[in-house]
Design a binder for this molecule. Structure first.
Ligand code: UD1
Length: 356
């Protein structure tokens, strides 16, 4: 029996970890025992507890309660907390997900204690080192024992950087596992659209978009303008980080409808109802693609280049005209079937590799 510690902290990690935890419970009972450690990076009920309830993720055995802070303060507190857990209890491996500060802290604490690190969603690169996530990805990959790449591009990126073949597993994407599993239920529970107009689903939370008032103002103005031009309602679930910076923006908007952050099932049901997605989130870009919705990526580049390459998404940096033009171009775009992200059984492939 292998004893694994799953380390999560931020919203997208709860979603990814759910795919693994369900397969551990259903198919690997007796082979893998999993404990969950929550760093506490996300702590609002709408950003954390709701995902555990809705996705039926086992309660965390540990919660470090780290909360918000500068990168150094937050990552240091997590490192210290994860190390204490790994010193107190023997684990055969640590599972980390994606590219947040919780990912890096978990990987680094474990690697320094010679505990094998398993990185789910390895090999992603935006080649923009100004993004904290890019540094987290690079450093986590290098600290990892096994690297689970979601796409052929990710495998290729790791090959280019000289990772040994034996460490890299082309697993597919656990986010696709989840969409395939939860989508029918989400569509059944559907509560959208809000009015008779076609719907656009928009989210913005990247620090370079939210923390620069000029960029955020341009994006908010562009979303309202897109709603007017396409005669659509823009549903905008607002991340707490974004809300803090939005004071005074979008006040007289008529097409932009700000709402609280959505749960996972609410997101999938909104995706089913909408005609276009506009986002700077990596996860939502992919979920849009998996659900057959065209996407405008509110960033100058993306680590999910295959979605842009196949015509399902278009990049638009924070400029009103560029965003409006991209939205108009994508409004009627046909989205090809996703073939680049595996077959919906990534979690099984990951657990097979960990077990053997
Ligand atoms: C983090 C990840 C990002 C991921 C995102 C998903 C890093 C560097 N970034 O960004 O990669 O895409 O999570 O959402 O790890 N806040 C609250 N309540 C919460 C959580 C956050 O109010 O429950 C507010 C706080 O003001 C906080 C700010 O949001 O300072 C930013 O939170 P933080 O966890 O630092 O980063 P995210 O922007 O959420």
């Amino acid at each position: 029996m292998k004893k694994i510690l799953t380390i999560v902290g931020a919203r997208p990690q709860f979603i990814k970890a759910a795919a693994i935890s369900h397969v551990v419970r259903d198919k690997y009972a007796g082979k893998i025992a999993e404990d969950i450690l929550h760093t506490g990076q996300h702590y609002d009920a709408a950003m954390s507890a709701r995902f555990f309830d809705e996705l039926d993720i086992p309660r965390p055995r540990y919660n470090l309660g780290v909360g918000s802070g500068s990168h150094g303060v937050q990552t240091a507190a997590m490192l210290e907390g994860v190390e204490a857990v790994l010193l107190a209890e023997r684990y055969d491996g640590v599972l980390v997900y994606g590219d947040t500060n919780s990912t890096l802290a978990g990987a680094l604490a474990a690697a320094k204690l010679h505990v094998p690190v398993y990185h789910v969603e390895a090999g992603l690169r935006s080649y923009n080192r100004a993004m904290p996530e890019e540094l987290n990805r690079l450093l986590t990959d290098h600290a990892s024992t096994l690297l689970f790449a979601p796409t052929a591009t990710a495998v290729h990126n790791l090959e280019k950087e000289g990772f040994e073949k034996e460490r890299v597993v082309a697993a597919g994407d656990v986010m696709l596992d989840n969409v395939m599993h939860y989508r029918p239920e989400a569509v059944r529970r559907k509560k959208w659209p809000l009015d008779g107009r076609p719907m656009i689903l928009a989210t913005v939370h990247r620090d370079f978009n939210t923390d620069d008032p000029k960029r955020l103002r341009a994006i908010v103005e562009a979303l309202e303008r897109v709603g007017e031009r396409l005669d659509a309602t823009v549903v905008f679930p607002v991340h707490p980080r974004t809300r803090g910076h939005m004071a005074g923006m979008g006040g007289d908007a008529t097409r932009l409808r700000c709402v609280e952050p959505l749960s996972y099932l609410e997101t999938l049901s909104a995706l089913d109802s909408c005609r276009l997605v506009m986002t700077d989130s990596g996860g939502l870009q992919k979920e849009a693609f998996f659900c057959g919705r065209p996407c405008v990526v509110l960033r100058p580049e993306t680590e999910w280049a295959e979605i842009v390459d196949c015509g399902a998404a278009r990049l638009a940096d924070a400029d009103v005209d560029a965003v409006v033009c991209a939205a108009e171009a994508m409004w009627d775009a046909a989205v090809p079937r996703p073939t680049q992200f595996g077959d919906g059984h990534a979690a099984e492939r990951i657990l097979d590799a960990i077990c053997c």
